[in-house]
Design a protein around this ligand. Structure first.
Ligand SMILES: C[S@@+](CC[C@H](N)C(=O)[O-])C[C@H]1O[C@@H](n2cnc3c(N)ncnc32)[C@H](O)[C@@H]1O
Length: 312
């Protein structure tokens, strides 16, 4: 984390209360972290360039980089204008948050597989998945909001993604289809509490009704994802929010549906926390502790939640 930023809107009472309940004694560190400046990060797009060549080009253009310890192709830089760089313009790099790179890494897609990215726009993780698949196999990139399809298509084209089919469906409707996938990423729509430090709009939009509304949608989406997973297939559920209702409660719901098991997630070079097994007056399945929480104050990243499920 670098220099301090001037100001961030006050976190409103109810939201603050909940953050205090989640973080306990760490709340002050969380708030301080939100007010701190954050480093820009990007991923080298190996569909277009090797990591070595990209770093050399960047260095030549005065962009000094430092590897993100938990990734292979992700880097931090102090250069705020990296988004305006030649390398980004050419699709050699993709500007992406350091924790946002985790879900696709946990999904671990391989060339030749059939993969669904259920909520895909603007395509950070679609382009990452395509690079991991080396453009081989089939990648269905779905987005329900027609207005956001354009951006997804733009990013796929710019980054040289050749193995994707873009669909404009409600993710809940995949359950009705006969399609079956080896791997599914459900990077669900959420309240975005983990990115308050970058998008202050999150604070203005936030209220408990929205948390509950998202929780219902997320439960329906995960049920749909489970139903179109092949036996033995992997489903990764992720959000950039901190609410247990949008995270552990959704996974608890998935376990109640049955036919799936939670898997351990092994990540090196990043401090993570276990999934909560109780919240408010609710108790979740003990196995939910296998999920991973990434708290902003632990690594200087955005907040994230990741769960890995296997269809049995
Ligand atoms: C967290 S964003 C996805 C970010 C994306 N995975 C990435 O890494 O760039 C969630 C997306 O889900 C879309 N969405 C919302 N409701 C949906 C639904 N019912 N079915 C499919 N997509 C939905 C939103 O429009 C939004 O683009």
């Amino acid at each position: 984390m670098g220099a301090k930023l001037h100001s961030m809107p006050e976190i409103p009472g109810k939201m603050k209360e909940r953050f205090e309940a989640i973080f306990g004694r760490d709340y002050d560190k969380f708030e301080e972290c939100c007010r701190n400046d954050y480093k820009k990060s990007f991923r080298v797009n190996t569909l277009k360039i090797s990591v070595e060549d990209a770093l050399e080009l960047l260095k030549g253009n005065g962009i000094i980089t430092k590897r993100i310890p938990w990734t292979k192709n992700g880097f931090f830089t102090d250069v705020k204008s990296v988004g305006n760089s030649f390398e980004n313009f050419m699709g050699y790099i993709y500007i992406q948050g350091p924790a946002s790179m985790l879900p696709a890494m946990v999904l671990d897609p391989n060339p030749g597989e059939t993969v669904l990215d259920m909520c895909a726009s603007p395509g950070s993780k679609t382009t990452q998945i395509a690079a991991m698949m080396k453009n081989k196999g089939v990648l269905v990139a779905n987005e329900s909001d027609y207005k956001r399809i354009k951006l997804l298509r733009f990013n796929n084209d710019k980054n040289g993604v050749l193995n994707s089919v873009i669909t404009n469906l409600d993710g809940r409707d995949f359950a009705k289809s006969k399609l079956r996938f080896d791997k599914i990423l459900l990077d669900a729509p959420c309240t975005g509490e983990g990115i308050v430090m970058r998008e202050w709009e999150v604070i203005k939009r936030w209220n408990m009704k929205l948390v509950i509304k998202m929780c219902r949608l997320q439960k329906d989406l995960i049920a749909s994802a489970i139903s179109c997973l092949k036996p033995g297939g992997t489903l990764v559920y992720s959000t950039c929010t901190l609410s247990p209702e949008e995270n552990e409660e959704v996974i608890d719901h998935a376990l109640k549906i049955g036919g799936i098991e939670l898997e351990d997630i092994e990540l090196k070079g990043i401090k993570t926390r276990k999934g909560l097994t109780s919240w408010d007056r609710y108790t979740y399945n003990e196995r939910v502790s296998k999920c991973v929480r990434v708290w902003p104050q632990d690594n200087g990243t955005e907040g994230f939640f990741v769960a890995k499920l296997k269809k049995v």
